[in-house]
Design a protein around this ligand. Structure first.
Ligand code: FES
Length: 406
């Protein structure tokens, strides 16, 4: 029988996380390194919530489909004839081969490569060739209605596709409400994808959520963020952001009156600055960077959105699916290519390599990989949080345990 969270992590460690932040301890090493804990997350955390699984722009047209994994679980995402996105378990109902093995475009059916059973794009079984020896399988009394592709609850919010594996999570509207309220007024729908990139890093998926603090910016992202702002933070002990937590959501929201941080792709930087993301009449612009648990991040700036969907592959292997979105012609216009490049240089580094350590993303991946190594030590079972900077981290870890122990 599978062991519980307390049996794997220890009662004392679990109790320590639940304490007020000033006295709390963090998740012990096993939560990051053990296959057993990863398997428990796969059983008791990922299925119970809305997992980000892809961007709408990944399958833009009817008939587009792609296989995706949630941990060990294979899923098909497909856009049907009406343009709606559907998700199915990527498992053939004949003898359980993988139905879709690579991204495809312009499909009319999903056809298993093993014996060519085929389903329409809504998952209804349409063909079982030669199953009973006849070309169309007309002699069998097999109940085809029962052999549709097994559906997975699926929802789309703006650019993001989510699935809820166990079908019991609250409606997606409720899940995204804190984030939607925060960015209300910013016309996210007026942006389009300008860059898509996948990078793998050798560390646990939770480090992304553990990273939702600005304490590390001064050191890890030296030279990328604005020195004046960093200096002020150190002098006053006042982070440039407010940390806010609400259920399955944390954010870092720019404080009013903070010194301007370094921008890219904006006025004065390039000949054609990126268009600002429109803001609804009467609304004020919110600059913030948020995590929607368990695995979607969204940074909202004046002229672009940067997002990551995290795919946990193993305790020490994770893929970051990164999407960058710009307003209007900023996403595709040639005039704006230098401005887009500036934005992407900042996030992905000029090297555009996950080990380049010259962009925000690769710098973060680097430090997470170092943490992954250190987490094997018994000394790493005792970590503490800064009440000034790390409320988001503590909130995430409490939420994780709460969901897994529900
Ligand atoms: S396993 Fe898919 S058609 Fe046989």
């Amino acid at each position: 029988m599978a062991r519980t969270v307390e049996q794997i992590l220890g009662k004392k460690a679990v109790a320590a996380i639940r304490k007020p932040i000033e006295k709390a301890g963090g998740l012990p090493g096993a939560a990051y390194t053990s296959q057993e804990f990863f398997d428990l997350e796969q059983a008791k955390f990922f299925p119970r919530t809305w997992m980000g699984i892809g961007f709408e722009a990944d399958i833009p047209n009817p008939g587009d489909a792609m296989p995706v994994m949630i941990g060990k679980l294979p899923i098909i995402l497909v856009r049907n004839k009406s343009g709606d996105i559907k998700a199915f378990h990527n498992v053939c109902r004949h003898r359980a081969a993988t139905v879709l093995t690579k991204p495809e475009k312009g499909l009319t059916t999903l056809t298993c490569p093993y014996h060519a059973w085929a389903w329409d794009l809504d998952g209804a079984l349409k063909a079982i060739p030669f199953f009973d020896g006849t070309k169309d399988g007309n002699r069998t009394d097999l109940n085809r209605c029962k052999l549709g592709l097994a559906p997975v609850r699926c929802a789309v919010w703006h650019h993001w596709i989510f699935v809820n594996l166990d079908g019991t999570a609250p409606p997606i509207e409720k899940h995204v409400a804190p984030l939607e309220n925060l960015v209300a007024g910013t016309e996210i729908g007026a942006t389009a994808m300008g860059k898509r990139q996948d990078w793998e890093f050798q560390a646990n998926w939770k480090f992304q959520n553990d990273n939702w603090e600005t304490y590390h910016h001064i050191w890890v992202h030296k030279g990328i963020f604005n020195k004046m702002s960093d200096d002020l933070e150190l002098k006053t002990g006042e982070p440039w952001t407010e940390t806010l937590q609400d259920g399955s959501f944390v954010t870092l929201k720019a404080r009013k009156g903070r010194p301007p941080r370094a921008k890219s792709g904006g006025k004065g930087d390039v000949k054609h600055p990126l268009p600002a993301i429109p803001v609804e009449a009467g609304a004020s612009r919110t600059v913030c960077t948020s995590v929607l648990f368990p695995n979607v991040t969204l940074t909202v700036t004046e002229n672009h959105l940067a997002s990551v969907i995290i795919d946990p592959l193993a305790p020490n292997r994770t893929v970051a699916k990164m999407g960058f979105f710009f307003a209007g012609k900023g996403a595709t216009g040639r005039n704006y290519a230098p401005a887009r490049k500036q934005v992407l240089d900042r996030w992905l580094g000029k090297s555009r390599k996950p080990d380049g350590r010259d962009g925000i993303r690769s710098q973060d991946f680097g430090i997470w990989e170092e943490q992954q190594i250190a987490r094997h030590s018994p000394v790493a079972d005792e970590v503490v949080f800064s009440p000034v900077w790390e409320r988001n981290v503590h909130h995430f870890q409490k939420q994780l345990l709460e969901t897994m122990q529900a």
